[in-house]
Write a protein that binds this ligand. Structure first.
Ligand SMILES: [Zn+2]
Length: 140
């Protein structure tokens, strides 16, 4: 593990301890936004809570000025199209009953055996199998 990564994790732990004493705000998000938040937090190796807090601090000018923004201009375009691009290879969706558990390709919701879902049909042999939960399927 590099020193920078260790330092970043220590800083995040310290911020996390400090923020536990802060006020709790809850909000509802749709599954698509949840999927983007989970994926972006994973890429940054941080919790979704810390990602959301950081983005809000950036948006309202409350972030540490010595630290760059969590989401910059290039990320915004990527975030807006990330989910759509991942599924661009799908030419049709077929309704199925799952024989095994799967994860929604759009919102990352866990789907259990026996659940109704959509499977993506693709001619791209390199593409991962695409799944949609029923809520994401309804949003097509
Ligand atoms: Zn979904």
């Amino acid at each position: 593990m590099s020193v920078d990564l260790r330092k970043m994790r220590k800083e995040e732990r310290e911020r996390s301890k400090q923020h536990r004493k802060d006020r709790l705000i809850q909000t509802r998000v749709d599954r698509r936004l949840q999927g983007v938040l989970v994926e972006q937090a994973r890429r940054r190796r941080m919790s979704v809570s810390n990602l959301v807090r950081g983005v809000l601090e950036d948006a309202f000018g409350l972030a540490d000025p010595d630290v760059g923004p969590l989401v910059d201009g290039s990320d915004r375009g990527a975030l807006a199209t990330a989910v759509a691009d991942d599924l661009a290879h799908v030419y049709a969706w077929n309704a199925v009953v799952l024989g095994k558990s799967a994860t929604c390709s759009r919102c990352h919701a866990a789907m259990t055996r026996g659940a109704s879902a959509l499977i993506g049909l693709s001619e791209d042999p390199d593409a991962q199998r695409a799944w949609l939960c029923s809520e994401c399927g309804d949003a097509l």
